[in-house]
Design a binder for this molecule. Structure first.
Ligand code: GLN
Length: 315
């Protein structure tokens, strides 16, 4: 591996981190989406995918949970493929907002200034850009097909989560219409909101997220299917987005302590990308106040600090 990390080294660190944090109690399941509050808080898994497609997994890596905000990374990849990096920088942007993922304030402050596809406003705008604009069914197919190629697995919709989230997403509805007010949404706001809610309600496993992370780490070639999913030139753009806003207002602290570009979701997942190295994912539902999995952060930090191979290291 380019990072100099061996499979054995990574495997034993994953085992150690799992054993060390398995019984850790901290954080709380998301409850603003009723479905998520009911998920078993004890579930815990860590998976990694190496550039040759080998998978390391410990714990509940086959458990399906709500992908939530990690889907933002996948749809960001889709629109980068459709429009190219320059156009996406112009139409949405790549700046961290420094605010919570669902911040309305961030939109008000940046009304003439782009944000990022990795927070709710930019993600709803990203969904609006998926082609063919105006055709809900074909847009949804494009989103789902892209997820399947990235994860090398067909992700199912968790219908109960979709219903639960659709019945409680008033804040996101405000975001969609505020974007319309500022001409920063490029399809019908209700259509875009619904597809965004649906993509967040897809069920994924830690194993599948590790494969998606490894596809980004491997410059766009899925190491399991061996298929090219996106061009090599897009990989550093996606990693830059992860490193600047993947953990929202706590991304700086996260990068400072882990060196691992990663994206969290309120379903309890985290997907990490070590370019040229591996994809790594954790699943544990209890979250901190910013919506990032507490156990997942502890485990990944433990692994990355011992590997000493974060993206800011020179080795
Ligand atoms: N669907 C969730 C929302 O829009 C995703 C948030 C998250 O995972 N941070 O609120």
């Amino acid at each position: 591996m380019k990072s100099g990390v061996t499979k054995e080294q990574l495997h034993s660190l994953i085992d150690e981190a799992y054993a060390k944090y398995k019984s850790y109690n901290g954080g709380k399941n998301a409850d603003y989406i009723p479905y998520l509050a009911k998920v078993d808080s004890e579930l815990f898994g860590i998976a990694a995918c190496l550039p040759d497609g080998q998978i390391i997994q410990v714990g509940d890596c086959g458990e399906r949970f709500g992908i939530e905000s990690i889907s933002k990374v996948m749809t960001a990849i889709l629109i980068l493929k459709l429009y190219g990096a320059e156009t996406i920088l112009d139409m949405i942007g790549a700046d961290a907002t420094g605010m919570p993922f669902n911040s309305i304030m961030a939109i008000l402050l940046e009304k003439n200034h782009p944000s990022t596809p990795l927070v709710n406003a930019g993600a709803i705008a990203a969904v609006s850009l998926v082609q063919p604009v105006g055709n809900k069914e074909l847009k949804w197919k494009a989103i789902v097909d892209n997820m399947r190629e990235l994860c090398d697995a067909p992700l199912p919709l968790i219908d109960e989560l979709y219903k639960s989230e659709s019945a409680s997403n008033y804040n996101n509805r405000s975001i969609a219409w505020l974007l319309k007010h500022y001409n920063r949404i490029y399809d019908d706001p209700e259509l875009s909101l619904d597809l965004y809610t649906r993509q967040c309600s897809m069920g994924v496993t830690a194993r599948e997220l590790a494969i998606c992370g490894a596809t980004i780490a491997n410059d766009g070639i899925n190491p399991v299917s061996k298929k090219r999913v996106f061009s090599k030139a897009l990989a550093p753009k996606i990693t830059a987005m992860l490193a600047s806003v993947g953990f929202y207002e706590h991304t700086g602290d996260w990068m400072f302590t882990s060196g691992l570009p990663a994206k969290s979701g309120v379903g309890g997942g985290i997907m990490g990308v070590l370019p040229g190295g591996f994809g790594i994912a954790t699943f544990s539902p209890p979250l901190d106040a910013s919506g990032n999995s507490v156990k997942g952060q502890k485990a990944l930090r433990y692994i990355m600090q011992r590997l000493d191979a974060g993206i800011y290291n020179s080795n």
